[in-house]
Design a binder for this molecule. Structure first.
Ligand SMILES: [Cu+2]
Length: 220
């Protein structure tokens, strides 16, 4: 996404206010992810909110540039409002003891029609992962395919520790983050409040529908 002449000031990710507001010229919004952004009206004139060309990988999809909206800026220039810089601090799970580690592997068949987590298609009668309430786990999400997958988990959100081995700034919790083709991501999750069954899945819906989903059981 881009809005030439203007920055996106990101104030929340997946519904969570960030602990530090950050500003970008362009942003990639993973399938299923949400960003809350503040934008200051551009100089007088017309600009276009656009998606940029995007390629999700050799086995993925190519999307052309497209105009989403035309922004018309007119009238007397206003004094810019002060931007928020921070919201409430967030827990840093880097400091927490890790109770267990799990690996989630995304794969797909050659034709790109069937999708797997840990080499299995979704079965709602099977429990794939387990966690204990009020503990922190560290999960490694591996993408062993040639296209992006969008890791999404229900109920408890996660802190991104690293992507392809690169440590990530902790702006706050997320529930949907892209895992690059042939890449990996490490996240930490604290399982709070709710025991029972929940799911994790790729948030690209045809992948999820064709099997890329798994069951997590959270025990008291
Ligand atoms: Cu996917």
């Amino acid at each position: 996404m881009t809005l030439p002449g203007t920055k996106f000031h990101i104030v929340a990710q997946d519904g969570y206010p960030v602990n530090r507001v950050y500003s970008v010229d362009t942003m990639v919004i993973p399938a299923g992810a949400r960003y809350d952004v503040l934008v200051q009206g551009p100089k007088a004139g017309v600009s276009e909110l656009r998606t940029l060309p995007y390629n999700s990988g050799k086995a993925g999809n190519q999307f052309p540039e497209a105009t989403l909206a035309t922004v018309r800026s007119e009238g007397e220039p206003m004094r810019p409002a002060a931007l928020a810089t921070a919201f409430a601090p967030v827990d840093d799970l880097a400091k927490e003891a890790v109770a267990a580690r799990q690996t989630v592997i995304f794969t797909e068949n050659k034709a790109g029609t069937l999708f797997y987590i840990n080499h299995k298609q979704f079965d709602h009668n099977r429990i794939d992962f387990r966690a204990k309430l009020n503990t922190v786990q560290e999960w490694t999400i591996k993408n062993d395919s040639d296209e992006v997958h969008s890791f999404h988990i229900h109920t408890n959100d996660f802190q991104v520790m690293s992507i392809n081995g690169e440590p990530q700034v902790n702006y706050g919790l997320r529930d949907t983050v892209d895992v690059p083709p042939r890449g990996n991501m490490v996240v930490r999750i604290r399982f709070l409040d709710y025991p029972g069954k929940t799911v994790l899945h790729c948030h690209i819906l045809n992948h999820e529908d064709e099997g890329m989903m798994a069951v997590l059981q959270i025990d008291k």
